[in-house]
Design a protein around this ligand. Structure first.
Ligand code: FAD
Length: 116
């Protein structure tokens, strides 16, 4: 990309990195009508960690800070399907967690408490 294209006239908001986070932030800002939003990606969009994810959207997380983000992801999927008119093929199937040690059992008990 030329230096000219990166001038302040080219975009009102520049986001570096076109993975899940960069693209999500770009989409949310674009919907707020903040002006021209530009995503700079040095490779292909969503070609790094994002393309490797298993796409599990487990709602209960030991890292509780992730839980509102997961809830937002479900809301975003519904919004994206509405805006694009295309199904995103979300499968809501639940998950099975197995503990093979006492420590892991305790972790799962704590996860259940968080989920509740
Ligand atoms: C094997 C695996 C399985 C996973 N499974 C799950 C799962 O089931 N559920 C879940 O929620 N999460 C999962 N994750 C985690 C999830 O993939 C990541 O949290 C998420 O993709 C991170 O997105 P990101 O945008 O931060 O990073 P990335 O997808 O890595 O995107 C960053 C982008 O920034 C670009 N970039 C970096 N520096 C620059 C620069 N200077 N200029 C231009 N571009 C730049 C990179 O090229 C890249 O495309 C998994 C991860 C892995 C590896």
């Amino acid at each position: 990309m030329s230096a000219n294209a990166l001038s302040s006239e080219a975009a009102d908001l520049v986001i570096i990195g076109g993975g899940l986070w960069g693209l999500s932030i770009a989409w949310h800002y674009a919907r707020l009508d903040v002006g021209r939003v530009m995503v700079l990606e040095r490779n292909l969009l969503a070609s790094a960690a994002t393309s490797r994810a298993a796409a599990l959207l487990t709602r209960a997380r030991a890292k509780t800070a992730l839980m509102p983000l997961i809830a937002q992801t479900y809301a975003d999927i519904t919004a994206l399907e509405g805006e694009s008119g295309e199904a995103l093929d979300l499968h809501q199937v639940g998950s099975l967690h197995i503990a093979a040690s006492e420590a892991r059992q305790q972790e799962l008990r704590e996860l259940v408490a968080i989920a509740e």
